[in-house]
Design a protein around this ligand. Structure first.
Ligand code: SF4
Ligand code: SF4
Length: 370
């Protein structure tokens, strides 16, 4: 941040932070630690909350933290629409437009970016403020800590008004009692996050973008809500209530995917009733001369790699595969629900696996029309 926190609060009532993460990376705890740190060690007021889906691990998580001077009461408890600091806990979230909503030139962004994933920078909007990256996953593995403490260290550095010692102290307060055995390694992760986070210059960003062929990435999405007074469905009914049909769950995979071996499948449907995320695409068809619902393949956009389907398949028609070795997912199919809603279908992006091309590929493999 340019200038001190006091100067900042002369211009703006709140310093607002939005965390973009997936369940399991510890963003919720990270948000709580930042809030506590502000109150205990910076003499600021703070309020925050997280929002996540019904099934925490693997689903998108957002955290919101507001800070202000102690003489002001925080009476706003809504989600943060125009953050001063955006913290992205997994690079794959960069390709979701919703991640960038409401960000602008005032927004500093910190991205947990793995080596070899620099092409994700092609999704960085043009008008974002300063951009910082840190290889949080590697640091967490090397120090035997968690991604959330690495990101906490990175945040302390980028915010500019948080001393490393204060971040260490809040880590001790929060984790020292609950997980004393893990405290030392988490402190190391925190320090490494603080030291290793670094700013990307505009020139570096331009080079990364040119490598990905996305120099002119899309305009910044506005900060408006998806549904409002004018745009809500008639009656205000959410027709996709409880559905994850628009959620990209691929960031939560740990490098493994279920590989479908169609020839072995007996269409028992156990995988479909086990999968929590509507990944399997059954359609009317024929199996051994009988008309029935036939397993046509998987929609990997929604697969979070939990491997429950692999465990349950009675004939090993689903096996655990290393994701990197199975880039050619020949049987992948567009989600049937998405096909009925072309807008959502398009949103999955070029690196989603459910493209119309994969559908055509499957048709060719089966010898069908293309
Ligand atoms: S559980 Fe296995 S055999 Fe049964 S439908 Fe799924 S993939 Fe096919
Ligand atoms: S691993 Fe299997 S059960 Fe788990 S989300 Fe993916 S398809 Fe569904």
């Amino acid at each position: 941040m340019a200038g001190s926190i006091k100067e900042f609060f002369q211009k703006k009532e709140y310093y607002e932070i939005r965390l973009e993460s997936i369940g399991g990376l510890g963003a919720n705890l990270c948000g709580k630690m930042v809030g506590e740190l502000a109150v205990k060690y910076l003499n600021l007021n703070s309020a925050g909350f997280s929002s996540y889906g019904s099934e925490k691990t693997g689903t998108p998580v957002k955290g919101y933290i507001r800070l202000c001077l102690p003489e002001r009461e925080i009476r706003v408890h809504s989600p943060i629409v125009n953050p001063d600091l955006l913290v992205i806990f997994h690079q794959a979230l960069m390709r979701d437009e919703k991640t960038w909503k409401g960000c602008g030139a005032q927004t500093q962004v910190i991205i947990a970016l793995d080596y070899g994933q620099e092409e994700m920078m092609g999704n960085l909007p043009e008008t974002i403020g300063n951009c910082y990256v840190v290889n949080a996953r590697q640091i967490a593995m090397e120090t035997k800590s968690r991604i959330n403490v690495v990101m906490l260290g990175a945040m302390a550095k980028v915010m500019g008004f948080v001393e490393l010692e204060s971040a260490r102290q809040i880590c001790k307060d929060s984790l020292g009692k609950k997980y004393p055995a893990a405290l030392e390694s988490n402190l190391k992760g925190l320090e490494q996050g603080f030291e290793q986070v670094h700013q990307l210059s505009k020139a570096e960003i331009a080079i990364l973008k040119s490598r990905t062929g996305k120099e002119n990435s899309s305009d910044m999405p506005d900060g408006g809500q998806e549904w409002g007074y004018v745009t809500a469905p008639i009656g205000g009914v959410n027709p996709r209530f409880g559905s994850t049909v628009t959620a990209d769950l691929s960031p939560s995979r740990q490098g493994y995917v279920p590989v479908f071996i169609k020839e072995r499948c007996i269409n028992c449907g156990l995988c479909d009733s086990t999968c929590p995320d509507m990944v399997f695409q059954f359609a009317e068809g024929e199996f051994k001369g009988r008309k029935m619902m036939v397993n046509r393949g998987l929609d990997y956009y929604h697969c979070k790699g939990c491997m429950r389907c692999v465990d349950v398949c009675p004939v090993n028609a689903l096996v655990r595969g290393v994701e990197a070795e199975h880039a050619d997912k020949q049987y992948f199919l567009p989600n049937q629900d998405m096909l009925r809603a072309p807008d959502y279908y398009v949103k999955t992006g070029p690196d989603g696996y459910i493209t119309s091309e994969s559908y055509l590929t499957e048709k060719r493999i089966e010898g069908g029309e293309v």
